[in-house]
Ligand binder design. Structure first.
Ligand code: S3P
Length: 432
């Protein structure tokens, strides 16, 4: 895919796809609830389709009816042993959440993934599950992973790594224990699992004290089916917001965007950089906060973000780095260790590709330092993505200001944002 400079800015009302994190949970939670749940506006991207197929393989009846997905849940212990390995493609969320859920079932299962997912750490979820008594046949700490499902024990567990995937995997495992599990989260991470479980009648209590979250969850309580409306994805909207901010003449409106406060760091960071963003019509949709967002071309200024910020916007650093590349002055984004274990080593790919585009960019320890250039003349116009959807879309946005960027393996974009190219071009983009 080639991304070329644009002439007249990014404009219009852009329909952003449904939230990926909430979509995964909108399949998992109804599948283990009792009754029929209707999911409106489910994201039909590669990652979410892998979760959907996994639950079909686990014996759950799932149908499509007009724009809705109907899930016929039969309760906490209704899943069946799959008669094949469960393939999860590129999806880390599916892998970590399913590991937790399946570790507490009474049958064996094997999870597999693509090349990228097979190199990502699974021990971060396996280790705390082992403390609950879980068993795995695996020495590498990566996929493929054989899960020996069994009855798990209650425990108090502390999570040191800032990861909603670990937390959610442990919560799902806890649904099947006898008694109450206490999960202590040392860092804030997205809380979609907790929000959705509450609306499905789970016995879950969340207490926040001194920058630490305690989650108490009582197992063996059947969940009741519920209907879900999935809001649009803030992470996906960030590509359009930043494309608008860096291109003269841009003005966009986005509707129904999830602005969950555990995930809205990108909006705060951009405001700090002087972005003209207006967040309006705040309301609640299926237990999540949503709003409409207007953004227009802005004279951005560089900023220094501390490591604390990373927890509120971990997926947005690739695209925020593009904003920083067109701001006035240096930006420093600190404490980005977790970026190294995403769909790719994002820290290294941001650095490499920005340098190839002509930007002065370096990584010192886990901090990313970006010094924008006056004019961008690529040293090498090939953008390496290692099949990472967010790197591909971020540099497609970079291409709107730096001509002729050739983005490798751009089909990875289907992981989270099918039709990205079409939507970008309809709004004024120039991607071939
Ligand atoms: C996600 C959690 C985050 C995020 C990922 C989606 C989720 O990962 O990067 O894109 O849906 O729970 P970690 O929990 O590993 O940080």
């Amino acid at each position: 895919m080639i991304s070329n400079k644009i002439k007249d800015g990014i404009v219009g009302n852009i329909n952003i796809p449904p939230d990926k994190s909430i979509s995964h949970r909108s399949i998992i939670i109804p599948s283990i609830s009792k009754g029929v749940s209707e999911v409106n506006n489910l994201l039909m991207s590669d990652d979410v389709i892998h979760t959907l197929n996994a639950f079909k393989a686990l014996g759950v009846k799932i149908e499509k009816s007009n724009d809705k997905i109907i899930i016929y849940g039969k309760g906490l212990n209704s899943l069946k042993k799959p008669n094949r390995n469960i393939y999860l493609g590129n999806s880390g969320t599916s892998a970590r959440l399913l590991t937790g859920l399946l570790a507490s079932q009474t049958f064996e299962s094997i999870l597999e993934g693509d090349h990228s997912l097979s190199s990502r750490p699974m021990s971060r979820i396996m280790d705390p599950l082992k403390l609950m008594g879980a068993e795995f046949e695996n020495t590498s700490g990566t996929l493929p992973l054989k899960i020996i499902g069994k009855k798990l024990n209650k425990l108090t567990i502390e999570i040191e790594i800032p990861s909603a995937q670990i937390k959610s995997g442990l919560i799902l495992a806890s649904l099947n224990i006898e008694g109450i599990n206490h999960i202590i989260e040392k860092n804030v991470t997205r809380d979609h699992t907790e929000n959705m479980l509450k609306s499905f009648g789970a016995d879950i209590n969340v207490e926040k004290k001194n920058n630490q979250t305690s989650i108490y969850i009582k197992g063996r309580q059947e969940l009741r089916a519920n209907n879900i409306d999935v809001p649009s994805d803030l992470s996906s909207s960030a590509f359009f917001i930043i494309a608008a901010l860096i291109n003269k003449g841009s003005k966009i409106n986005l509707n129904n965007i999830n602005i969950n406060p555990s995930r809205d760091g990108i909006l705060k960071a951009l405001k700090k950089m002087g972005a003209k963003i207006n967040i309006k019509n705040q309301r609640t949709l299926s237990g999540e906060i949503v709003a409409d967002i207007d953004a227009e071309y802005s004279n951005l200024i560089g900023c220094d973000l501390d490591a604390e910020m990373a927890k509120f916007m971990i997926d947005e650093y690739p695209i925020l780095s593009i904003a920083a590349a067109f701001a006035k002055g240096t930006s420093i984004f600190r404490g980005l260790k977790e970026l190294k274990v995403k769909e790719s080593d994002r820290l290294e790919l941001i650095r490499l590709n920005l340098v190839n585009c002509g930007c002065d960019c370096e990584v010192i320890n886990d901090d990313l330092i970006i010094k924008p250039s006056e004019t961008y003349i690529p040293k090498n116009n090939i953008i390496r993505t290692d099949f990472d959807h967010r790197i591909a879309m971020s540099f497609a946005v970079m291409g709107s200001r730096v001509d002729n960027l050739e983005i490798e393996d751009a089909e990875s974009i289907n992981t989270s944002f099918p039709n990205f190219i079409e939507k970008f071009n309809n709004a004024g983009g120039n991607i071939l």
